[in-house]
Ligand binder design. Structure first.
Ligand SMILES: [Fe+2]
Length: 430
């Protein structure tokens, strides 16, 4: 018995020793991690689980306003291939499961493939029409197998009714890291907003898909619930061409100047509950598109002359007068456009580009001092110093968003900083 126990102990000891030898021979040496030591390398963008690579599950779901927001809306999204038929399903708002209330409309989308250095993406666009005014709808996008979650949106009122919207200046730098908080805070403070207005330079490199992904990370599900309107900045251009990413993500009304293809999807107008919003493409005013400048001026004049809205808001990326003297105002805007703003009593001109804040009146027509209020704002992390005397309110080193509420007789304007403090405000009355 004792001999058996001794044998068992010897065998176990031999096995344990050989196990240790085996372990030492085949396992990597133990090493204490150092604070400065890099971790395992992250996969590059070519890897399928990079967040920038589209999946079969829809992402970057984005509503944009149409020419008639009372009865229609545009929906954009992205997937990795063209499997199945890309469709939008529409249902009426319901308290319970949507399966009980049923789908009231299914709309087939159009699709386009975009080739990136390490992957392809398919961008889908659907124009939903035949909706009822002042109605909340549910929708989801997909291909019959993979679906987004159900989102909801509201069509606008057919009459002049009060509403609120948010205006964001250039995002451009550190979009996910620094711009997300101001967008989120804007919606936390103003959940009744009806849409978002972006003044261009949403990204720094217009054809960089990673930066566009940052924008959709920063906005999250908001772009699927609150429509976007936007005008392009110089960073959405490469030389004289707008980057393809603009049209991939946003489809705006095609009611701009006729016969000027370079203005498509950038120059348009929307009448929203008694306010006319007009997007001008100021990139076309930078010396290389004289035809586009003159076409916009003629189109604008017709729009302003035939306007039965209570309020008029014009928005373009480059400012008529910049809050920074180093950013000289665009002479075409000062000579050809701002006289029209004054003649036809435009109320607000929303602008960006200068990466600082300025607000003020400045008439460019001595015979007609009824100038609109010009605003230049900045929502992103890149800052310039204001040093131009035209602005009655100016400031820098602040990320700002603007909340604007409009009723028939009153316009309330607030510029709010990233810490929630009120930086600027005024009221216009009619
Ligand atoms: Fe910019």
């Amino acid at each position: 018995m004792k001999r058996n126990v001794l044998c068992a102990v010897v065998i176990i000891s031999i096995l344990a020793a050989s196990s240790m030898l085996f372990h030492k021979k085949h396992s990597p040496p133990e090493k204490k991690p150092s604070v400065n030591e890099p971790g395992r390398p992250l996969p590059d963008e070519s890897h399928t689980f990079s967040p920038f690579v589209p999946q079969q599950q829809p992402d970057r779901i984005c509503l944009t306003l149409t020419h008639d927001p009372t009865t229609s809306i545009n929906i954009q999204w992205r997937t990795h291939n063209l499997s199945g038929h890309p469709v939008v399903q529409i249902a009426l708002l319901s308290a319970g499961p949507i399966e009980k209330t049923g789908i009231i409309q299914t709309c087939l989308a159009s699709s386009q493939i975009f080739r990136h250095p390490h992957y392809d993406a398919v961008h889908h666009h659907a124009n939903i029409t035949g909706l009822k005014p002042a109605t909340t709808y549910l929708y989801r996008v997909g291909d019959g197998l993979k679906w987004s979650e159900w989102f909801q949106f509201q069509t606008s009122q057919p009459s002049h009714q009060p509403f609120e919207f948010l205006f964001f200046g250039d995002l451009q730098e550190d979009i996910r890291g620094s711009c997300s908080r101001i967008i989120r805070q804007a919606f936390l403070n103003h959940p009744n907003t009806r849409f978002m207005l972006f003044i261009g330079d949403i990204v720094r490199h217009g054809n960089n898909d990673t930066e566009w992904h940052e924008f959709f990370q920063a906005t999250g599900w908001l772009t699927g619930m609150f429509p976007t309107i936007a005008t392009p900045g110089n960073h959405e251009y490469k030389n004289t061409q707008i980057t393809s990413a603009w049209g991939a993500h946003f489809q705006f009304p095609s009611n701009g100047p006729q016969g000027c293809e370079e203005l498509n999807n950038t120059c348009y107008f929307i009448d929203y509950q008694g306010t006319r919003f007009i997007s001008l493409n100021t990139n076309a005013m930078r010396g290389f598109h004289l035809k586009a400048v003159l076409a916009q001026r003629q189109w604008l004049q017709t729009l302003l002359r035939n306007n039965d809205n209570d309020w008029t808001v014009i928005f373009h990326h480059h400012p008529v007068d910049s809050p920074t003297q180093s950013e000289s105002g665009k002479k075409q805007l000062q000579w050809l456009f701002s006289p029209l703003y004054e003649k036809y009593h435009v109320d607000l001109v929303l602008q960006g580009d200068a990466h600082t804040y300025g607000r003020g009146h400045k008439s460019h027509d001595k015979n007609n001092p009824d100038s609109p209020i010009y605003i230049v704002s900045n929502s992103g992390a890149h800052m310039n110093k204001p040093d131009a005397p035209w602005a009655s309110v100016s400031g820098s080193d602040k990320q700002l968003y603007q909340h604007i509420s409009i009723s028939k007789n009153q316009l309330n304007y607030q510029a709010i900083a990233a810490d929630g403090s009120l930086f600027d405000h005024f009221i216009l009355k009619k």
